[in-house]
Design a protein around this ligand. Structure first.
Ligand code: GLN
Length: 446
């Protein structure tokens, strides 16, 4: 599947030995023995990390991400680093410098992106859980394409210290798992204030992992999403079925209009490319990363090292981001996009005043074939339902909800109020129970 870029064999076995000893002594942590893979943009001290880019080939982390420290403190075992789109830019894992990842359910298909290796490794059971990062859907979209659980907490809930930055006001770390409970537990353990990330929140962390289904909630369904031209028939049918099941169970459904859907992806790409052009300026062949052997002098070193080290999609985004920040265009693009972001946030807050959650599909369809989307704009439109939560900062989760006529999975997405991860996990549990009931009823009727 090309999911693992490296297996940390020596350190994983060493950790396992130590954890066995702790278990024998009766004082092992809450994740004792849980085997976890890291997306290749999350730092683990004394181990390589490359963001799946040639520019960071051979680079070794000097420290561990705070999220990783917290997993280690609970005795998780870090098994290796997982392939992803270069610098987390992509929706299919085809932008990795180390080749595409294959979907374990069908090797001709993409696993989604940018955390494709994390999704594939968890879906195929090569690790119990994996960390990904989500800037515009990079956890939820591959979760949808592989039938796994993937969540992005509220912006600021988990420290970004030690996550290689793509777009800092959007990025969040989150888990991929095969169960809702594991997902909630991992967020619970990683969340919380960190002095090394000033955007991390000091709000207290709830006990997310003791799941209890909830009754009588109000759920907003964005009609514009369900009626979107790109949505597959099976996804739409499953959404309608879920909505009906929620109504039957006593929940209130509000069909709402959110006439900004077409602005989401452009706003996202103006702002994230701007932030990326700034964040990635440090990879210049001097401070960090690959240095061209042909370069002579400072300017050539920058130009040649960056041209050789960055792949085409990363170059495209650095150029787009530099353009939207340039003098004369800044107000027309960057300032304007910031204003649109504020409008989206206000409108979302308004929706979440009268509703507890927003329900929508995670992806317009199930996984597509490798090599199928060569037009970058078509690829960007894959993110239509996921960028919302990153533009506004809200927590969101993708739950495997069904399969299409080809037998391929897709997810349903729940967005919650800021810092209401507990409510989001509990409501997810309710949806899973409804789904289990409907399968039970179906088989009884047959
Ligand atoms: N597919 C989106 C992008 O290419 C999201 C990536 C992400 O969340 N890291 O920007």
């Amino acid at each position: 599947m090309n999911a693992f870029l490296e297996v940390f064999e020596t350190s994983a076995l060493e950790q396992a030995k130590q954890i066995d000893q702790k278990r024998a002594g009766g004082k092992a942590g809450r994740l004792a023995g849980m085997v976890i893979g890291l997306k290749d943009n999350i730092c683990f001290k004394d181990h390589k990390v490359s963001a799946s880019s040639k520019i960071l080939e051979g680079f070794t982390s000097l420290y561990s991400a705070t999220a990783v420290e917290r997993l280690l403190a609970e005795d998780a075992i870090i098994i290796g680093r997982l392939n992803c789109d270069e610098f987390a830019m992509g929706s299919s894992n085809e932008n990795s410098a180390y080749g595409p990842v294959k979907n374990p359910l069908n090797k001709d298909l993409v696993p989604g992106g940018s955390s494709g290796g994390s999704a594939a490794a968890v879906a195929s059971g090569m690790c119990t859980a994996a960390l990904g990062s989500d800037t515009g859907g990079s956890i939820r979209q591959p979760a949808s394409f592989t039938g796994t659980f993937g969540s992005k907490p509220t912006y600021g809930r988990i420290s970004r210290y030690g996550l290689i930055a793509y777009a800092s006001s959007f990025d969040q770390i989150g888990p991929f798992t095969n169960s809702l409970e594991d997902n909630a537990l991992l967020i619970e353990i990683m969340a919380g204030k960190d002095d090394m990330d000033s955007t991390s929140s000091s709000k207290s962390v709830d006990d997310y992992s003791s799941l209890a289904s909830t009754e009588k909630k109000t759920i907003a369904v964005i009609e514009d999403c369900l009626n979107h031209i790109g949505i597959a028939v099976d996804v739409k049918a499953k959404m309608n079925e879920t909505i009906q099941a929620l109504k039957d169970a006593g929940h209130t459904i509000q069909m709402v209009s959110f006439p900004y859907l077409d602005y989401m992806v452009p706003t996202y790409y103006v702002l994230t490319t701007a932030e990326a052009s700034s964040n990635l300026s440090r990879f210049d062949g001097v401070h960090y990363g690959h240095r061209s052997s042909e370069a002579q002098g400072v300017e050539q070193t920058y130009k040649k090292s960056r041209s050789e080290g960055f792949g085409p999609e990363v170059q495209r985004r650095i150029m787009a981001g530099t353009f939207v920040l340039s003098q004369g265009y800044y107000d027309a693009y960057y300032t304007k996009a910031q204003r649109v972001r504020a409008v989206l946030k206000n409108k979302t807050d308004e929706l979440l005043k009268s509703a507890d959650f927003i329900l929508m599909p995670t992806t317009p369809s199930s996984a597509f074939p490798i090599g199928n989307l060569s037009d970058p704009i078509q690829m960007y439109l894959q993110d239509i339902f996921t960028v919302h939560a990153n533009l506004t900062g809200n927590p969101a989760i993708s739950l495997p909800i069904g399969t299409d006529s080809k037998g391929l999975p897709f997810g349903v997405q729940i967005m919650a109020k800021n810092f209401e991860e507990k409510a989001m996990f509990n409501f997810s549990q309710s949806i899973l129970e409804l789904q289990a009931n409907s399968i039970h009823t179906l088989s009884k009727n047959n």
